[in-house]
Every structure is written in structure tokens, then in C-alpha cells.
Design a protein around this ligand. Structure first.
Ligand code: MOS
Length: 722
């Protein structure tokens, strides 16, 4: 099905099942520990051996040799994979650095070997006996220095009007530089794979957000046809973008299984993950704002510097600045410096998450210069059209309503504009806010739907559920479309033998994958009425199909054998006419200890306008998780770079801090009642990343309101406040 005109009324609009806050259907499996994750495929691969990954201890250079005699002789060792015996390896499209080093080393903890043994402990113990000799080369690890030395401009700067003269003429100006650190996805389940060969066919149980990308890149790397790879990723313990692409666990498990002639399981050790896989690159962002004394923005410039390995991309931290506020004269641009740190790539809301951390502080600072309320300042600079192309309207844009609704709900009117003016005991109290913005992406997505002789529906798609609720919203979609109760729908996900879906990334998963299921169900409905000899407008409800006094059950129509159809949704060029984005507002109250500068978040509110909310319960959970991550980004998360040796020092969950329950107070989430007919027949958009964008700045703005100390360098740790 091609989607190229705005959606009209369709069966989803009944909202009998879609839009209901139903419990996650995979919830009991997960909470009872019975959902089999990639490392737990004991039944499918009972004879699996264990692989242990050895990471490079230099950031850049060459492997001179590996003495593996002692490791080979160690108890239980079955095989040792290195670049020497791995065969000729190709390279996937999505990885920048190779997943197995040799002879060149491109970054610290790049895998240099996999030791396979009968038990995990034997593999780990033998791995310590490998003697790897390196020749180190000079590397570049310091973003600030690289920026001074001159970084490359990536793509062309987006220019509207004439920023330089617009800024020079502005009555009020603001020019500041902000920085965000490298961040680690730090998801709960590590990257993990169980791999087994049967002849020339490879089966993997892995933890991947994008099944088809993983299959393609694995086949390319191994140099085998894609058809010989069967990959399953039905349960995923979090990803946040760190599992968008094939990683070393999957490749090395496949190579280890081939060499050991046994199924092999590999989980990246936690201390390896930060440097072996990807991270969100640090940014330095310069923002210049020019406004009339009335508060109307006239000039906006946002430039962002980030680093990556050769061939990598910059963090697109200026994305939102092209769309969020009006202003005649504009300049946005990303600059890339080559660094030899591990590969930078997508982490939850890549671009906007760090971009909003800077822009939404700058907006507050400008409001203060203008002596305006920060919300009023944002409201008067709202735009309903793409500022660069005024003929392109936003499909929906209710930023102002989010701001106003949140202000009312949070009690914004009680805030004192004067910083450090509210004290309770030893604590300075402040409240702050920020707008939320994240673009809405759509991706082609397919599904197969089967109707069986009992009138039950099964949906099969390679879509993944990374803890987001995909199983549930897909079941809701099929139930609504086919007129059956939720219990009569079975959803099977994350299997490369199923139709290719949008996968989970860029907050496009919910809308795109359910739209694919919608498309398949439209086809199934057509097949059903045709078989039953009913008109096309027959009603599907209560497991029955009815038209003109005739009523047949789905079970009868399916017959004993049942049948299936498949289709996909393909998105046309509606985005030429409409800008699709999601909007919101974040509100935060903090208490800052007057003596220790310890920051405690006291309450938070997010108001989101993100199209139809397919399941308010799972969507709320997504936003709660995002707000929590935002607090981490504001106050804790920071991969510390060793600038001499080129690696992230705090590479485990003891050193890389994320919020725990004690850090998170009462959180409230509100959704505006909205449908977006431009986004898909579901009229939904993404919300899981929107919930993060702006949180950091809202915390920073609350801290400023509490203390009068303005920190522009994340995370806002107490040393920066004293
Ligand atoms: Mo998201 S960073 O595209 O999983």
C-alpha cells in the first residue's frame, strides 16, 4: 500500500482497541523471566560453547602478533578466532570501524580475538593468557583541540536570509557556547548472540533493533548470500540506538561457531561495551540569537562540532534549530573533526537530544536578556510553517498548547523570575522548563497476517520490541482492523523469515510498523469479503463479518486451513508538502543543597503532542523512561575521555552513572488529544524520543532558577555549581 495522500476515516478510527491503555502482552513473560533472550537459547542450542571477546588495549595502531599458545592449552578451550583465521571478511554498510581488528586497530577495545571454551569461566580465564603485541600510533582524542585546529563542514550549512547582517542589526543579542559529553547507551541487556551453523546455513538469536540491517551486514561481512542467514531477535532488553547495527557479538559468535563447529554464545562483557560498540558523540555548540526588544527572534545561528572516526558522521545537533522557532535570518551547520575515539553513532534522539540541551538553555538566557517570561518568549516565536520553506506547513504543531497546558498544570505562575529567591531549609528551590521537539520519521514496513479456522489472527513481521510495547500496539492494530478481541490476536516479531518492517529506531517504529500491519489487514479484509461474497464495505466486528443482513464468522470464512496475506506500507512524498515533527513541553522542579550543591529533582511534567497515542499506557512508559534518561543526561551521564590514551575511562555501570529509583521523583505525563492524518493511516507519530528532547535543558533552567548559577557544560555536577 502506498501512502501518499492524507488519511481519511478508516477502521482504526473506531478506537475500540487502539488507543486503549491495555497492558503489555509480553509483560508476564518478561516479569517472570520466561521470555528467552538471545543468550538464553538453551533449548535451541543446548550444546552451545561460550565465547569471550578480547578488546584492543590501544586506541590506534597495529597488531604485531598474538601469542596464543598458553590460551590454546588452557582447560576447555575449543577455538580462538582472530583476523588471521577468520577468513576474508567484508564490511557491512552501517559500521564505520571493523568489528574484528587486525592487523590495524581503529579504536580502543575493538575486538582482536574471541576465545571459545566449554564454559564461560574457561573462556574468560584463557582470554587473559592471550599475549597481543601492538605498535601504537598517535591518535586524536580531544574534541576541543580538534575544533580549534579546524573541523570539516559536513553537508552545506543551511542558510536562510542573511544571518550576519540580521544578527548585527538585532537589538538584543546572545552568543554562547554549550557542550554535551560523550554518552553511552548503557542498556540493561548487553549485546548478545547465540549462533549456530547447520551446513552452510547460519542461525542467530541476537539482540538487534533492526533485523534486516543486521542480516544484510552480517551476510556482507561473512561474504555469504543473505538467504543463508536466519536471524531472530524477538526479545530485547533495551537498545537506545546501540543495537541499530550489527555488532561484534553477532559476527564473532558466527565466526566462533564455524571454527569450533559448535553453537557459540557471546555476550559483550559490560566493561567492554562503552569502547567496543558505539556511543553518542560529545558536542560543542555555539548558538547566537538576535531579537527585537519586543522578543521577536530575527536571527538564529546554531553550529555544532563533534568528532568521529574517519568515515563517520557528525552528531546532527542542529536539526531542531531549523524548525523550532521563527526568525528571518538563519544559519545552521554541523562540523566534524576526525577523532580516534570509538565509533560515534545514534543514541536515543540523535541530533535533537544534545541539540535541545543547548538550544533550550540559550532560549532561557535570551528570555532573561529580554526580561521576558521564558514561555511567552517561546510562544511569540512559534511558527506553523517550515521557516526555510514557508509553503511547507507542519502537519500538526501544537507546541503553544503544550507550553500553556504544562504551565497551568505545573503551577508556573508561582515561579519567581528572580533566581535564588526561594529557599526551603538548606535547599534552594527552582523550577524550569524547555520545549520538546523531535522530528517524525516514517519508514517502509511490511507484515503478514494469517487468519485461521478458529477465527484467530496471527501477525508476523520482523519488527522488534525493544521494551517499547510493539507486541501490544501491533496486536491492538490487528484486532481493530479485523474486528476480533485482543485475545484472538497473536503477534510474532523479530524473525528474518517474516516480512521486513521498519524496525525500532528514530521513534519511527510504532507508527510505521503498525501502519504496515494496517496495510496487511486491509488486504486481509479484502480477501475475506471476496471469499464470503460480501460487499467491500462489510462490517468487521465481534469476530463476524456483516453486510446487508448477511452475517458470517471469520472462522467459517477462513475454513479449516485458514489463509494469509502480506503487504507493506510505503510512504510517498507527503513530506514535500508537510513538515512532520513532534512537540512537547518539559517542566522540572529542583532542590539544590545550599552547602553541598547536590541537586535533587523534586517533580517533573511532560506534555506531548505526538499524533494519535496508540496505547496511552505503553506511550506513557516510553515518556517516563525518556524523562528519566533526560535527568541522567542533565546530572550524571558522562563518558570520561582519557585524552592521552584515547578511551572512555568509566566504562561500566559503576563508573557510568545513570539515574536509579532514588533519583527520580514523581513524574507526570500528559498527551494532547491529537491525530495526524499526514503521518500514516494510523495517524500516530513517535513519542519515545520526544520524551527525552528538552529534559536536560529544563533541569539546567530549573537549577539556574534555584541558584542563579548558569552551567552550559553537561552534566551539571555539583563541582560546577560551587
Ligand atoms: Mo534510535 S537512536 O534511532 O534507536
Amino acid at each position: 500500500m502506498k501512502f501518499d495522500t492524507p488519511a481519511t476515516t478508516n477502521p482504526i478510527d473506531q478506537l475500540k482497541v487502539v488507543g486503549q491503555p491495555v497492558d503489555r502482552i509480553d509483560g508476564p513473560l518478561k516479569t517472570t523471566g520466561t521470555a528467552p533472550y538471545a543468550y538464553e537459547r538453551h533449548a535451541a542450542a543446548p550444546d552451545a560453547a561460550y565465547g569471550y571477546v578480547v578488546g584492543a588495549t590501544i586506541a590506534k595502531g597495529r597488531i604485531l602478533g598474538i601469542d596464543q599458545r598458553a590460551a590454546e592449552a588452557a582447560p576447555g578451550v575449543l577455538a580462538i578466532v582472530t583476523a588471521k583465521n577468520a577468513g576474508k571478511l567484508g564490511k557491512g554498510e552501517k559500521n564505520i570501524a571493523r568489528l574484528l581488528a587486525g592487523p590495524n586497530v581503529e579504536h580502543y577495545h575493538q575486538a582482536v580475538a574471541l576465545v571459545v571454551a566449554e564454559t564461560f569461566e574457561q573462556a574468560r580465564s584463557a582470554a587473559q593468557l592471550l599475549q597481543v603485541r601492538y605498535e601504537s600510533a598517535e591518535g586524536k582524542f580531544d574534541l576541543a583541540k580538534a575544533r580549534e585546529a579546524g573541523a570539516k563542514t559536513i553537508d552545506k550549512d543551511q542558510k536562510v536570509g542573511d544571518f550576519a547582517s540580521g544578527y548585527a542589526a538585532a537589538q538584543v543579542q546572545h552568543d554562547q557556547t554549550y557542550s554535551t559529553p560523550d554518552q553511552s547507551h548503557a542498556m540493561m541487556e548487553p549485546h548478545a548472540t547465540t549462533a549456530a551453523w547447520r551446513g552452510e546455513r547460519l542461525t542467530l538469536w541476537t539482540s538487534s533493533q533492526m533485523v534486516d540491517w543486521a542480516v544484510s551486514d552480517l551476510a556482507k561481512t561473512l561474504g555469504i548470500p543473505k538467504e543463508r542467514v536466519h536471524l531472530m531477535s524477538p526479545y530485547i532488553g533495551g537498545g537506545f540506538g546501540g543495537k541499530l547495527f550489527l555488532r561484534a557479538d553477532a559476527l564473532l559468535a558466527a565466526l566462533g561457531a564455524r571454527l569450533a563447529q559448535r553453537p557459540v554464545k557471546v555476550a559483550l562483557q559490560r566493561p567492554l561495551m562503552a569502547n567496543n560498540t558505539v556511543h553518542r558523540p560529545a558536542t560543542i555548540q555555539r548558538i547566537r540569537l538576535g531579537a527585537k526588544a519586543s522578543g521577536e527572534l530575527t536571527a538564529i545561528a546554531h553550529e555544532s562540532w563533534s568528532g568521529n572516526l574517519p568515515g563517520g558522521d557528525p552528531e546532527e545537533a542542529t536539526q531542531q534549530t531549523q524548525f523550532l522557532y521563527a526568525g528571518a535570518h538563519r544559519l545552521t551547520g554541523t562540523r566534524l573533526a576526525v577523532l580516534d575515539l570509538p565509533e560515534g553513532n545514534s543514541m536515543r534522539a540523535p541530533g535533537e537530544a544534545p541539540g535541545m540541551m543547548a538550544l533550550e538553555i540559550a532560549m532561557d538566557e535570551m528570555a532573561e536578556r529580554l526580561k521576558m517570561d521564558p514561555i511567552e518568549f517561546r510562544v511569540i516565536n512559534d511558527t506553523q510553517v517550515d521557516p526555510a520553506k514557508p509553503e511547507r506547513r507542519f502537519s500538526t504543531r501544537r507546541l503553544v498548547e503544550c507550553l500553556r497546558t504544562g504551565a497551568e498544570r505545573f503551577g508556573w505562575a508561582e515561579r519567581s523570575a528572580q533566581p535564588a529567591s526561594r529557599r526551603e531549609g538548606n535547599a534552594w528551590i527552582g523550577i524550569g522548563m524547555a520545549a520538546a521537539f523531535r522530528n517524525n520519521l516514517v519508514m517502509k514496513s511490511g507484515a503478514r497476517v494469517l487468519l485461521d479456522g478458529r477465527g484467530s489472527v496471527t501477525v508476523q513481521t520482523d519488527m522488534t520490541d525493544i521494551g517499547t510495547g510493539s507486541y501490544t500496539i501491533i496486536a491492538q492494530t490487528a484486532a481493530e482492523m479485523m474486528g476480533v478481541p485482543l485475545e484472538r490476536v497473536k503477534v510474532e516479531l523479530g524473525d528474518s523469515s517474516f516480512p521486513v518492517s521498519a524496525g525500532s529506531g528514530g521513534q519511527w517504529g510504532a507508527n510505521s510498523s503498525t501502519a504496515g500491519v494496517y496495510a496487511a489487514c486491509v488486504k486481509l479484509r479484502e480477501a475475506v469479503v471476496q471469499r464470503a461474497g460480501l460487499p467491500a464495505d462489510a462490517e468487521f466486528a465481534d469476530g463476524m463479518v456483516r453486510a446487508g443482513g448477511k452475517s458470517l464468522s471469520l472462522a467459517e470464512i477462513a475454513g479449516d486451513k485458514g489463509f494469509s496475506v502480506a503487504d507493506s506500507i510505503e510512504f510517498g512524498d507527503l513530506d514535500k508538502r508537510y513538515q512532520q515533527s513532534t512537540f512537547g513541553a518539559h517542566f522540572v522542579e529542583v532542590a539544590v543543597d545550599a552547602y553541598t550543591a547536590e541537586v535533587r529533582v523534586r517533580r517533573m511534567l511532560a506534555v506531548c503532542a505526538a499524533g494519535r497515542i496508540l496505547n496511552p499506557k505503553s506511550a506513557r512508559s516510553q515518556v517516563l523512561g525518556a524523562m528519566t534518561m533526560g535527568v541522567g543526561g542533565a546530572l550524571m551521564e558522562h563518558l570520561e575521555v582519557d585524552k592521552r590514551r584515547g578511551f572512555f575511562v568509566n566504562h561500566d555501570l559503576a563508573g557510568y552513572e545513570v539515574p536509579v529509583h532514588a533519583d527520580i521523583p514523581h513524574l507526570e505525563v500528559m498527551f494532547l488529544d491529537e491525530t495526524d492524518p499526514v503521518s500514516s493511516p494510523m495517524k500516530a507519530k513517535g513519542v519515545g524520543e520526544l520524551g527525552l528532547c528538552g529534559v536536560g535543558a529544563a533541569v539546567a533552567n530549573a537549577i539556574y532558577n534555584a541558584t542563579g548559577v548558569r552551567v552550559r557544560d553537561y552534566p551539571i555536577t555539583l563541582d560546577k555549581l560551587i
